[in-house]
Design a protein around this ligand. Structure first.
Ligand code: FES
Ligand code: FES
Length: 145
């Protein structure tokens, strides 16, 4: 099936198997920040924004999001750049496997709420798991950004 996806502002038209997961299609297009952590909609490493809302791309078929606007951690954007810098400054990545998902969840939150409290950040980020358990620094980085 042919689907059209606008990713970080660039339009792609791709032929996909009806069963192809969005995470695999995005990685195939070169968006390697999108990670497969569990493949069971548990860890959030594959989180991207779909039409402005965070979603686990391992839990969606590419055909389900035909025509969608998708944002990944590669996106060139001032807010995302601020988050990346804050993650660096606060050592918010250890192995880094969860980092793209964390950035996307944080980006979604800060896009609609300028100064969330620490509790709001924790609640909003709960869908992304860090196996290195580096949550303190991640939360600090988001609050600071
Ligand atoms: S890979 Fe999608 S939630 Fe873990
Ligand atoms: S930094 Fe390793 S999983 Fe989060």
């Amino acid at each position: 099936m042919r689907v059209g996806l606008r990713v970080n502002g660039t339009f792609h038209e791709v032929d996909v198997e009806p069963r192809a997961l969005l995470v695999h299609v995005l990685r195939g297009l070169g968006y390697r920040s999108v990670r497969v952590g569990c493949d069971t909609a548990t860890c959030g490493a594959c989180t991207v924004l779909i039409d402005g809302r965070p979603a686990k791309s391992c839990n969606l078929l590419a055909v389900q999001v035909d025509g969608a606007e998708i944002v990944t951690a590669e996106h060139a954007d001032g807010l995302l750049e601020r988050l990346r810098k804050s993650f660096n400054a606060h050592h918010a990545a250890q192995c880094g496997y969860c980092t793209s998902g964390m950035l996307m969840a944080a980006y979604a939150l800060l896009s609609r709420r300028e100064r969330p409290s620490e509790d709001e950040v924790r609640e909003h980020m709960a869908g992304v798991l860090c196996r290195c358990t580096g949550y303190q620094n991640i939360v600090r980085a988001v609050v600071e950004a």
